[in-house]
Design a protein around this ligand. Structure first.
Ligand code: XIL
Length: 327
């Protein structure tokens, strides 16, 4: 079967997230190397993996993930440096359990960003510096995470400044989900405008794009991509998957045929949108290569789901073929 990365060569990089379990068997490794020219380690670069206790770094998982991609000449997206989950609680607290000062928080943040980014300098070409910082329901559009509670909006610019100092050649991204929602997209846009006005080094916006067969609309997705062109940033689709459900209480034993067809059609329309905007869309990354390796089988509830391009047995799905039809 044709390789996705060959099909989209010259348009945008095509990537997938992966877990280190997928590096244990040949068929998984073959699929990862054949189809994708960009890889995103799904968990092993997150703070709770790399620095579970202060100053006690553990790079075993990250090193293995990065070495695999590098050995195969694949680009790597680093995910992620500053986030409100999968970040150990010690980051925010002193020995008594109280929240630390801004100064202490920034020292820890800088140490962490420097140590992780410098280790992989030259091998990780783009980093999600901050992840999921937007909450459109707040007046300033910012999530009330512990980062925010301690430092306010300023922690975001610090993260970018530390990241730029640590690896001046890495492309620095702000990444978020539901960026197709008009209010959220606007809050993200406003934040980036404020950052740019202060000269904060930000290169790109990442649209996670965890969507379903039932929402959002294609025009919402296209509008959110177009909206950020005005800011002169690179656009990455960072975590694409298409859940087959419309709510958390549904669960199918097998993937209904009509939904399989619907999913193929939706993937085709999505890639047609991405192809219309190759002036800014430079990377389209799926959040997993196959339906056995999707986070949507545990989140938001444990159930079957079939959100990706290859099935549980690594066979190409109708969605895979429809994506290929776009080029
Ligand atoms: C998910 C991983 O895929 C899971 O293995 C983990 O248990 C939880 O995190 N948005 C993100 C990703 O930015 O880091 C998340 O990844 C999925 C949602």
């Amino acid at each position: 079967i044709p390789s996705l990365q060959d099909a989209f060569a010259g348009k945008f990089r095509i990537g997938t997230a992966f877990t280190n379990n997928e590096l244990l068997t040949e068929p998984d490794k073959q699929l990862l190397t054949k189809h994708f020219d960009s890889l995103t380690p799904g968990n092993v670069l997150k703070w709770d993996s790399t620095e579970p206790q202060e100053g006690m770094y553990n790079f075993s998982g990250a090193d293995a993930a990065v070495a695999f991609a590098a050995a195969n000449g694949q680009e790597i997206r680093g995910h992620t440096l500053v986030w409100h989950t999968q970040t150990p609680d010690w980051v925010f607290r002193d020995a008594n359990g109280n929240l630390v000062s801004k100064t202490v928080l920034y020292e820890r943040m800088q140490q962490h960003i420097e140590t992780v980014m410098e280790r992989y300098q030259g091998r990780i070409y783009a980093w999600d510096v901050v992840n999921e910082v937007i909450d459109a329901s707040e007046p300033d559009g910012l999530r009330r995470s512990l980062w925010y509670q301690i430092a306010g909006e300023e922690y975001i610019e610090k993260a970018f400044e530390f990241a730029h100092a640590a690896d001046p050649d890495a492309k620095l991204f702000i990444n978020d989900y539901n960026t197709h929602e008009p209010a959220k997209s606007q809050a993200l846009y406003n934040l980036i405008t404020r950052l740019q006005a202060k000269g904060v080094p930000i290169d790109g916006v990442g649209h996670q794009t965890h969507i379903s067969l039932f929402y959002p609309t294609l025009s919402e997705i296209e509008s959110s991509i177009v909206k950020f062109k005005a800011l002169g940033l690179e656009t990455h689709i960072t975590e694409l998957d298409v859940s087959v459900y419309s709510n958390d209480s549904q669960s199918y034993d097998i993937f209904p045929e009509e939904l399989k067809t619907q999913q193929a059609a939706l993937y085709k329309s999505l890639f047609q949108i991405f192809l219309r905007h190759t002036d800014t869309v430079k990377n389209v990354t799926l959040w997993g290569k196959d339906d056995a390796n999707t986070w949507l089988r545990t989140f938001p509830v444990a159930r079957n789901n079939w959100p990706l391009l290859f099935d549980e047995r690594l066979q190409s799905k109708p969605a895979y073929w429809s994506v290929l039809e776009t080029v």
